[in-house]
Every structure is written in C-alpha cells, then in structure tokens.
Design a protein around this ligand. Structure first.
Ligand code: DHB
Ligand code: MG
Length: 230
C-alpha cells in the first residue's frame, strides 16, 4: 500500500488541468529552457501555481498588476495572459541578467499586455513608482527577496485598490516561519515573521488574510493571500 506523493498528485492535476492558453502554452516550456540554459536558480512557481495566479487575476477582473520580483518572468507571463488587452503589468527586478532574459521571454511570447520591467532595488522603485493613470493596482504579487517582504507589502499596499488582492509567495518555508528555539532562524524567515506580526497587530483593519500551505513538485511552502478592506 504505497501512498502517492505530492509530486505524483502535481503531475496528475497538471495532466488534467493545464490549460492550452496558460500552463500548456509553449511560452512556459521555453522560459524553463532559458532558465536551465543560463544556470538561473529554478525557484519559479509551478505551472499549477501559475494557473492559480491566472485564475485569481481573472476572477477579480484585474486590469492593473504590480509584481515584485520578476526573475525570468515566468509568473509574470501567467499574469499577463490573464489580463485584458488594455491591462498593464509592472514588474520589479534587481538583477540585470534576469531582467534581460525576462525581456527576451516576453518578446518571444508576444505577451499582451507587454510587461514593463523596472530594473533596480524594488524598495527604491516602489518609492518612486507612479500609480497608473488608469487607477490603483488591482492585484499585487510579491515574490522577491524575503528579508524585505514587510517593506514590500507596506509600500505596495498603498497602491492597491480597496478589494484588490495581494499574494505573497513562499510564505510557509517548510514551516520555518514558526518561531522555534531548536532551529536557528534566517533573514528570510525573520522577514516573514515581521509580516505576520504586522498582520497580527493590524487585527483585520487593513486586510483580510489567509495562508494556504502547498505541497507540490516544489517543497512544502505556501501563499499568503490578502484582500484590502479599506
Ligand atoms: C526561494 C525564493 C523563491 O521565490 C521561491 O519560490 C523558492 C525559494 C529562495 O530564495 O530560496
Ligand atoms: Mg517564490
């Protein structure tokens, strides 16, 4: 009696659910090839997680998206594909090499709306970024360096409309986010603990939040998902 693994379930779900215009679009396989070719860390979201972002974006009718942490634009592409043609997506990336590969991917995939990459440290960009003329952002995806996750959250939520969504990747980190005397902490988990402490203090005034733990072909991790209440 062998128990199926999360990896096997991920494969099963992928075979049943990946959509021709999303997970099965050749753009994602090409993006992964580039990641391997350039020896870039393979830390992008899974196809099913990408489609999850796509469905969230579609389900709230989002038109304007802000992404913090482009890497090679894998998640960016899932988001772009879920937006209407007149939508826009701003994506922030500190690493020039990553941003160039992302740009190549976007051009090759002929994405519409075409993501605008803002090269530089995200916090600096966030402080100078102009709110789109069309209005506040509808959706924010935070997936950059984890030590500054609270700063990214606080700066970006100012630019989110009421009822908009913020999704934060890697919010569980194999459970290491729980303070424990046995394990020495890292700047990454310390970053998330500051965000969770902020949310505890906020006590539901600013956002309604939930944490979704995920097992997948990636390790045990999860999303923190929030909607802005005010
Ligand atoms: C790491 C970062 C990520 O964004 C991710 O999805 C997985 C791992 C990391 O820094 O280790
Ligand atoms: Mg991530």
């Amino acid at each position: 009696n062998i128990k199926p693994t999360p990896e096997q379930v991920d494969s099963y779900l992928s075979s049943k659910l990946l959509h021709p215009d999303y997970g099965k679009d050749p753009t994602f396989a090409k993006n992964l090839e580039r990641i391997k070719e350039h020896d870039i860390p393979q830390i992008q979201i899974t196809p099913l997680q990408g489609q999850f972002l796509s469905l969230l974006v579609r389900s709230i009718g989002a038109e304007r998206v802000l992404e913090i942490g482009t890497l090679t634009g894998y998640s960016t592409s899932y988001i772009s594909k879920a937006l209407p043609y007149h939508g826009r997506i701003d994506t922030l990336e500190i690493n020039e090499k990553h941003s160039k590969i992302a740009q190549e991917n976007f051009l090759e995939s002929d994405l519409f709306p075409f993501p605008k990459i803002h090269l530089g440290p995200a916090l600096k960009t966030l402080k100078t970024l102009k709110i789109p003329e069309e209005g506040l952002y509808d959706f924010i995806f935070i997936d950059a360096n984890k030590d500054q996750v609270l700063d990214y959250f606080l700066e970006s939520i100012k630019m989110l409309r009421k009822g908009g969504l913020i999704v934060v990747d890697n919010a569980i980190r194999e459970g290491k986010i729980i303070p424990s005397s046995e394990q020495s902490s890292t700047i990454e988990v310390e970053g998330f603990r500051k965000l969770y402490d902020w949310l505890e203090q906020d006590n539901g005034k600013t956002v309604l939040a939930s944490g979704i733990q995920t097992v997948s072909s990636k390790s045990w991790d999860g999303f923190l998902i929030m909607t802005k209440l005010v």
